[in-house]
Design a protein around this ligand. Structure first.
Ligand code: SAM
Ligand code: SF4
Length: 329
């Protein structure tokens, strides 16, 4: 198992399939100038499936989420999903995507064995979407969401980041829309993972702000810790239920003590945390011909060194060199 010195066990693997993206969300990527990984640096489909197999069959991983960058830009995605779904024990398979192209590929992904999907959408207003993502693709995302639901991906979750002065007035409208469409909405606090290093704690919209805004229109009742488990989202029943809304307060209410994540970047580096400044190279071991047992040993050793927390509250906190798009959110 992937255990650390604080007794946490990582069972949830996030795999970044690419650092590239067809949007340029301001809280994640710069408009231009980011250096992309070259093809030889990227793990191949076979290497990804091998690492997932080692994690699932030898290291106790039960959940695998594909992310990026934009994972739908990876041509081999359906094949990767299908091969991971054939593993024994079968992991639960999910995807985090910006939804562009999902309308076309959702049925194939479902057929390949994908269980559920998170689609990122920050606004109901196309012109605000264009400002936030620097691309005019709002309609593609909405169509992608509809197709995901129609394909039987369940649940379909929507990830939303609120940015001051842009979409921070939209929380109640987004929740009403999500309820109407059967999507589970989760607000994510903006984290210091933007490529421009422009994040400011004072300027961010906090979980407290989100809840206050939602309460202007809805009654929210907290779900207990026993239901939350290691999930990062704190969940609230909306108007007595059954609908729920989640808030991921990575900055103001960190959940590091319950973290069960291990991460793999698109170039085969293990990260113990989004905010880690160290990485462990599995790609080199793969390409040196090391056997599964040795790769599992290196992965276990990396996770053993996982720090207690993100360090966000430490005055000496330093943002990781890689932005969110290159780590895998
Ligand atoms: N491109 C896909 C997408 O947007 O869903 C997957 C990768 S993206 C990095 C994963 C999630 O991270 C998205 O929901 C996005 O909104 C979120 N994200 C990106 N940068 C963030 C930041 N600085 N703070 C909080 N969430 C962020
Ligand atoms: Fe691309 Fe996702 Fe980052 Fe937006 S949040 S720029 S969609 S990787």
């Amino acid at each position: 198992m992937l255990v650390d010195t604080y007794g946490r066990v990582a069972t949830d693997l996030r795999v970044s399939l690419t650092d590239r993206c067809n949007l340029r969300c301001t809280y994640c990527m710069p408009e231009e100038g980011l250096r992309w990984l070259g093809k030889p640096e990227l793990l191949t489909d076979d290497e990804i499936v091998r690492l997932v197999r080692i994690a699932v069959t030898g290291l106790g991983v039960t959940e695998v989420r594909f992310t990026g960058g934009e994972p739908l830009l990876r041509p081999g995605l359906p094949g990767i999903v299908e091969r991971c779904a054939a593993l024994e024990p079968r992991p639960r398979l999910s995807l985090t995507t910006n939804g562009i192209g999902l309308a076309r590929i959702a049925p194939a992904l479902r057929a390949a064995g994908l269980d559920r999907v998170n689609v990122s959408l920050d606004t109901l207003r196309p012109e605000v979407f264009k400002t936030l993502t620097r691309r005019d693709r709002h309609r593609d995302v909405v169509e992608g969401l509809l197709a995901a639901r129609a394909a039987g991906l369940d649940p379909v979750k929507v990830n939303t980041v609120l940015m001051p002065g842009l979409n921070d007035d939209e929380a109640p409208d987004l929740l009403a829309w999500a309820i109407e469409n059967g999507y589970e909405l989760r607000f994510i606090e903006q984290m210091p993972l933007d490529a421009q290093h422009g994040w400011q704690r004072d300027g961010m919209i906090t979980a407290g702000d989100v809840l206050a805004s939602l309460r202007t229109r809805f009654t929210l009742t907290a779900e207990g810790e026993e239901i939350r488990g290691s999930a990062p989202a704190e969940r609230w029943l909306v108007d007595g239920g059954p609908y729920r809304v989640g808030v991921i307060a990575s900055v103001t209410r960190p959940f590091c003590a319950a973290c069960d994540r291990t991460r793999l970047t698109a170039d085969g580096q293990v990260r113990t945390c989004l905010f880690a400044r160290e990485e462990t190279d599995l790609r080199a071991a793969l390409r040196a011909g090391e056997p599964d047992e040795e790769i599992a040993r290196i992965w276990r050793r990396a996770m053993w060194g996982k720090k207690a927390g993100s360090g966000l509250d430490d005055p000496a906190f330093l943002q990781p060199d890689r932005p969110m798009s290159a780590i895998g959110g």
